[in-house]
Design a protein around this ligand. Structure first.
Ligand code: SF4
Ligand code: SF4
Length: 333
């Protein structure tokens, strides 16, 4: 086997990590990446094991965690985990928000939570509720947002783009702005979990996505993040992620494609040195555009999308209009 390529900007250890805390969730989204269930999975790490994993990552130098699920607040011990590390690392929480009442908002604030990222799919309640598979979820999420704002926690919105919400994105930005949200992310779709099984239903054409993004009028004072390359770089060089069972997966968007080992049984650093993990961190992509070439390690776009749509780790990202190469992103191989 060939040795993995060396990385001239190699990190000794990750500075941040995504923590997929649980597979449990009380919603039932059509395109759930986690393919979640109502109850936690049988092999999920308990609170004690999670504390040890996060302690190890902090000892290695991690200074920021993004907690997600499933729905992290679906497990009653989640706030205890945030409290355990929040004086040593920035704790960002991604949640659907529908379990946040004023008391929970207070607990999140008391636990020293950083930004709360709310998954809201649309400004139209009917569209959001259709996508979550849960009538009334829109109203509960907005109530959660208001509770968070009342305790002074910073809130951002995230919308995963799909064919059901693409026509409402301008209204979505205006709605977020009207609620006092100052940062919104419109995220490209990924074919993982239930989204893979419903990919034809979910994914718009690249032309339709590009036209929508180009036509948006961003309200004054609103920051729009979007995850189409090259606006969003190849970030494999710096990423770490751990799934609910304690498996090291590099990035939450790689969860179905890689398994670098158990951080509980082997320790994180053993997984960090997995040959495929090292190869992806090295940023060896066969083709890139000049904008990216100027940004070392950012070239070629997302490795998850490249692999999902081509089967090759070093292929260019088909979600980039420059690098697309005639691939229809609506069709999986
Ligand atoms: S809120 Fe998140 S975890 Fe829950 S069903 Fe929707 S996508 Fe899955
Ligand atoms: S798989 Fe994509 S989103 Fe994840 S770290 Fe790599 S480039 Fe970034």
């Amino acid at each position: 086997m060939n040795a993995p390529p060396s990385n001239p900007a190699a990190l000794r250890a990750p500075a941040k990590a995504t923590i997929s805390f649980t597979r449990a969730c009380n919603l039932n989204c059509r395109f759930c990446y986690a393919d979640c269930n109502a109850a936690p999975g049988p092999d999920e790490l308990d609170l004690h094991a999670w504390k040890r994993v996060l302690d190890e990552l902090i000892e290695l130098g991690a200074i920021c965690f993004l907690f997600e699920g499933g729905e992290p607040l679906a497990r009653a011990d989640f706030i205890d985990l945030v409290s355990h590390v929040s004086d040593r690392a920035l704790c960002r929480v991604r949640t659907h928000g529908a379990l946040i009442d004023p008391a929970m908002a207070q607990r999140l604030q008391a636990a020293n939570t950083g930004t709360v990222l709310i998954d809201l799919f649309a400004a139209d309640p009917a569209v959001h509720d259709f996508l979550t598979g849960t009538p009334g979820s829109f109203q509960r999420t907005i109530a959660g947002v208001r509770a968070l704002q009342d305790v002074g926690l910073p809130v951002e919105f995230l919308a995963i783009l799909n064919r059901h919400n693409i026509d409402g994105m301008q209204r979505y930005l205006d709605f977020a702005h009207g609620l006092g949200i100052d940062t919104v992310g419109i995220l490209r779709p990924y074919p993982i979990g239930r989204a893979r099984r419903r990919w034809q239903e979910m994914c718009p054409s690249l032309d339709a996505m590009t036209a929508m993004l180009d036509a948006l009028v961003i309200p004054d004072g609103l920051k729009l993040n979007q995850s189409w390359h090259p606006n969003n770089a190849n970030c494999c060089w710096q990423m770490a992620a751990v799934d609910p069972d304690g498996r090291s997966i590099g990035c939450a968007y790689l969860r179905e494609y890689v398994d670098y080992g158990s951080v509980v049984e082997d320790g994180f650093m053993a997984t960090w040195n997995d040959p495929l993990y090292r190869k992806l961190r090295a940023g060896q992509v066969e083709k890139s555009c000049t904008t990216c070439e100027a940004r070392e390690m950012s070239r070629g776009g997302c490795r998850s999308s490249a692999f999902a749509l081509t089967g090759r780790w070093d292929a260019p990202d088909p979600f980039d209009i420059t690098l697309n190469g005639g691939i229809d992103v609506r069709s999986l191989p």
